[in-house]
Design a protein around this ligand. Sequence first.
Ligand SMILES: Cc1cc2nc3c(=O)[nH]c(=O)nc-3n(C[C@H](O)[C@H](O)[C@H](O)COP(=O)(O)OP(=O)(O)OC[C@H]3O[C@@H](n4cnc5c(N)ncnc54)[C@H](O)[C@@H]3O)c2cc1C
Length: 424
Amino acid sequence: MMMAADRAKWQADVVVLGAGIVGVSIALHLQRLGRQTILFDRRPAGEGTSFGNAGIIQREAVFPHAFPRNIRELLIYAFNGKTEAHYHASMLPRLLRPFAQYWHHSEPGRYHAIARDYARLIAHCVDDHRALAAEAGAADLLHDGGWTAACATPRALDGFLKIAEESRRDFGVGYQALDGARLSAAEPHLRAGLAGGVHWTDPVTLRNPLALTRAYLALFEKLGGRFAYGDARTLTRAGAGWAVTGDEAAISAEQAVVALGAWSPVVTKPLGYDPPLFVKRGYHMHYRPEGNAGLNHPVLDVENGYMLVPMDAGIRLTTGAEFADRDGPPTPVQLTRVEPLAHNLMPGLGERIDPEIWMGARPCTADMLPIIGPAPRQPGLWFGFGHGHQGLTLGPTTGRLLAAMMVGETPFTDPAAFSPARFA
Ligand SMILES: Cc1cc2nc3c(=O)[nH]c(=O)nc-3n(C[C@H](O)[C@H](O)[C@H](O)COP(=O)(O)OP(=O)(O)OC[C@H]3O[C@@H](n4cnc5c(N)ncnc54)[C@H](O)[C@@H]3O)c2cc1C
């Protein structure tokens, strides 16, 4: 075991805690701006929640996931009657505070104002990824062509088309309406008889999200950035700066960034910052396609709230939201419930590939906006977390915004709506 006295001492301008897609992107942007940066994680980069998502850079996601306001819908969710969401009753006492705020912010007037702020970030997601991927020599990991929301019933299709039209009208999001025949032509391996769908044309998709995070990490290291293993809970004040204890070295830096995704409160709470953050856990499993079966693009089963995504590792089924203890054992009831529905939607979806079901934790805030900016009471400490359903989408955009703020450049958009101070 290494003794404290043996440990090397590393100094940097900034230490970024958390090497998911968000932390890696922040560190990369800081390094590009000439700030000597150390990226710090207990695991290899990109192996947290960023590992197992649906791989969509969601240019269409201008409307964040709202809390249901309709009593009938609420009752269905209360009885775990929908496959897209599931909660553990034991979590209710802990969820009361964030849920009350989530409900409040989902009121239509407030929600639309939030969507306008969110859209200011979402608008840049594809360009920001393209810029980093090109510089990292990883442009071939990004696939054009968007993704498709498939509806079994005309009622679901009408509802989805309304959202698509609003997204186009208010935020310039591109889509094509598909009737049943056009959906079949676009995705011939889905079952016959679906009502139709919406094809979002602007998003870019990945077949291997981990490869993209690793490519950004490689660029960060090529530019002189350094990766260090260790536990972020060792963060302490050190003079006017910050220090963490790494496995190999004692690290000190003038500034620190918390980008620990769903685990961010383990560092912020002891420092007196406890935002209404909660997790929506999600699961994935890969399936072997049978014969020549396949998907041209990711497909959402709108009525049942899961996705089927063509990945290098097979067809990835990703589930909706599970409100459960962040670090509790996996309880993949949603995956078990949607699996037969997925086989019905795509008859050529073959057997399971992975030996175990993967689980991740989406870091969600009660007002559906990420937390990006300076810590309210701790000079030199910055936050970049709370990206909920769209952390992959918004990693590079968050990195560009936060890095500009940290070096005193004018950010590309007004960051006030994302300020940590709103929860202080
Ligand atoms: C099923 C599913 C599908 C999704 N699909 C999409 C999608 O298609 N598009 C999209 O944009 N988003 C999607 N998301 C959301 C997205 O994956 C997350 O928002 C994103 O991964 C969050 O990234 P992050 O960097 O904030 O957190 P993470 O990737 O979780 O990284 C946090 C890091 O902190 C580290 N850490 C934690 N505690 C400590 C500690 N004490 N010390 C040191 N290190 C620590 C972890 O090891 C980890 O590397 C999906 C999520 C799920 C679950």
